[in-house]
Design a protein around this ligand. Structure first.
Ligand code: AP5
Length: 221
């Protein structure tokens, strides 16, 4: 399966992507994780990215498209693909369509996880993650066994620089203005299975809804 996973910040894309990959075994590419890794490398490009990301703005299309095109080309197309956080503009969606169609592996499914604005702010400001193994937590909804420490590797959990309330509201504005039109682009494009799930439900219920929809898709192809 080749899937795009969309939704506002904090809808649960990263959380659900990891679970879907465990279940279906496809490659998972998160544009946010890839951009954060570039930042962490301390490169000139990484410093440029930080300015956009910490302000809650989208990174310019030409930069993201180039980085993601390389990551997709380097991946294992046979295993399938789950794109999380990319594309986020119509221009990015068009570039992705061109790349996948050239490779004879067009996109098949677009999943949208919805979430209400109140849930988004609470989830994002409470999110913590492990800098060592990447495991994600929430101080209230998915707390670690020992406060502030990763269950898997014991490292001290950290908060993302862009997970503050003022930046979340900018990220939400960017989602509404620039990313929501991508859903309409895919609806009009046709030949795609469109799936929408309610991300306000508890994490396990969201996973169950997603698995059911994707299994139904697999049974029909
Ligand atoms: P990115 O990293 O993609 O951030 P985002 O889209 O804002 O999404 P998040 O990672 O914040 O949320 P999520 O939906 O993955 O939620 P999660 O599962 O973690 O992008 C960051 C920045 O990079 C952008 O602002 C931009 O600058 C740049 N960027 C990235 N891609 C780009 C692109 N294509 N073009 C241009 N710029 C780009 O869950 C959140 C929290 O809630 C967690 O603590 C989790 O434990 C908890 N949780 C999850 N599900 C539930 C649930 N059902 N109930 C209760 N709690 C839950």
């Amino acid at each position: 399966m080749r899937i795009v996973l969309m939704g506002p910040p904090g809808a649960g894309k990263g959380t659900q992507a990891k679970r879907l990959v465990e279940r279906f075994g496809m490659d998972h590419l998160s544009s946010g994780d890839i951009l954060r890794a570039e930042r962490a490398s301390g490169s000139k490009l990484g410093r440029q990215l930080a300015g956009y990301m910490d302000a809650g703005k989208l990174v310019p299309d030409e930069i993201v498209v180039e980085i993601m095109a390389k990551a997709i080309a380097d991946g294992n197309a046979q295993r399938g693909l789950l794109l999380d956080g990319f594309p986020r503009t119509v221009m990015q969606a068009q570039a992705l369509d061109r790349q996948l169609e050239r490779a004879g592996k067009p996109l098949e499914v677009v999943v949208v996880i919805t979430a209400s604005p109140g849930a988004i702010v609470e989830r994002i400001t409470g999110r913590r993650s492990c800098p060592k193994c990447g495991k994600a937590y929430h101080v209230k909804f998915i707390p670690p066994d020992r406060k502030g420490l990763c269950d898997s590797c014991g490292a001290k959990l950290v908060q993302r620089d862009d997970d503050t309330e003022p930046v979340v509201s900018k990220r939400l504005d960017a989602y509404i203005a620039q990313t929501r039109p991508v859903i309409e682009y895919y609806r009009r494009r046709g030949k795609l299975k469109m799936v929408e799930v309610d991300g306000d439900k508890p994490p396990d219920d969201v996973t169950a809804d997603l698995v059911e929809a994707l299994q139904a898709f697999c049974a029909h192809v």
